[in-house]
Design a protein around this ligand. Structure first.
Ligand code: URA
Length: 213
C-alpha cells in the first residue's frame, strides 16, 4: 500500500478552513468539493489511458484518452457523497457505484448496509471516496468488497488520515494482491478514545449534512 500526503499550499489552506469549527455547513461543502478536486488531480496520475490520434486544424496529433472499462468512482455513504462532485469534475465519464457502510460507535467496526455496484469489476480501476481514514475499518472493508468483485487497482481519496488507520489498513490488506494507494490532504496526529481523528475536523458527515439522531 502506498500513501501520498499532498503537500500543496492550496490543499493546506482549504483543509485549515475545513478544520475550523466556525466554518458553516455550506462553506464546508464548498471547500470539501474544491479540496477533493485538488486531491483527485494527484490521485488520477495512474489512471489508465490508451493512445489515440486526433486531427488538429494543422496535422494529426498523437494523444491519449481514458481506457475502457472506464474507472469506477465509489463514494462511501454518507460522508463520501460530499466528495462525489469534486471527483466527477475531473472524471466526468467515470461510472459511479455506491457503498453504504456504517461504523458501530461502540466496537468501531464497519458493516455494509447498502450496495449498488456492478457485479463484475474485473479490470476496473476504482476510486473510493471516504473523507476520514480514522480506524481504517470502513475503508478496509470497502476495499476488500471491491477486490472480491474483481477490481484490480484501488485508490482511496481521504480528506484526512490517522496513522492508526493507515497501519490497520496495511495489516488488513496484507493478503490483498491488488495495488492500493491512499491519497490524503494530511496525516494527523492520532485517534482519540472515541475513534475521532485529532486534531481532525470532527464528524465529516455531520459537518457536511448536519447531525442526524
Ligand atoms: N469519522 C469522522 O467523521 N471523523 C473522525 O474524526 C473519524 C471518523
Amino acid at each position: 500500500m502506498e500513501t501520498h500526503v499532498i503537500d500543496h499550499p492550496l490543499v493546506a489552506h482549504k483543509l485549515t478552513t475545513l478544520r475550523d469549527e466556525a466554518t458553516d455547513s455550506p462553506t464546508f461543502r464548498q471547500l470539501a468539493d474544491e479540496l477533493v478536486t485538488l486531491l483527485a488531480y494527484e490521485a488520477t496520475r495512474d489512471v489508465r489511458v490508451v493512445p489515440v490520434t486526433v486531427i488538429t486544424p494543422v496535422s494529426p496529433a498523437v494523444g491519449v484518452k481514458l481506457a475502457s472499462p472506464k474507472p469506477l468512482v465509489v463514494p462511501i455513504l454518507r460522508a463520501g457523497l460530499g466528495m462525489l462532485d469534486g471527483m466527477m469534475r475531473l472524471l466526468p465519464t467515470a461510472e459511479v457505484g455506491f457503498l453504504g457502510m456504517v461504523r458501530n460507535e461502540d466496537t468501531l467496526e464497519a458493516s455494509t448496509y447498502a450496495e449498488r455496484l456492478p457485479d463484475d469489476l474485473s479490470g476496473r480501476q476504482c476510486y473510493v471516496l471516504d473523507p476520514m481514514l480514522a480506524t481504517g475499518g470502513t475503508l478496509a472493508a470497502a476495499i476488500k468488497f471491491l477486490v472480491d468483485r474483481g477490481a484490480d487497482h484501488i485508490t482511496a481519496i481521504c480528506l484526512l488520515a490517522a496513522p492508526e488507520g493507515c497501519a490497520r489498513l496495511e495489516a488488513d490488506l496484507a493478503s490483498v494482491d491488488v495495488p492500493v494507494t491512499i491519497v490524503t490532504a494530511a496525516m494527523d496526529e492520532r485517534l482519540n478514545e472515541k475513534g475521532y481523528i485529532v486534531p481532525g475536523l470532527g464528524d465529516a458527515g455531520d459537518r457536511l449534512y448536519g447531525v442526524v439522531g
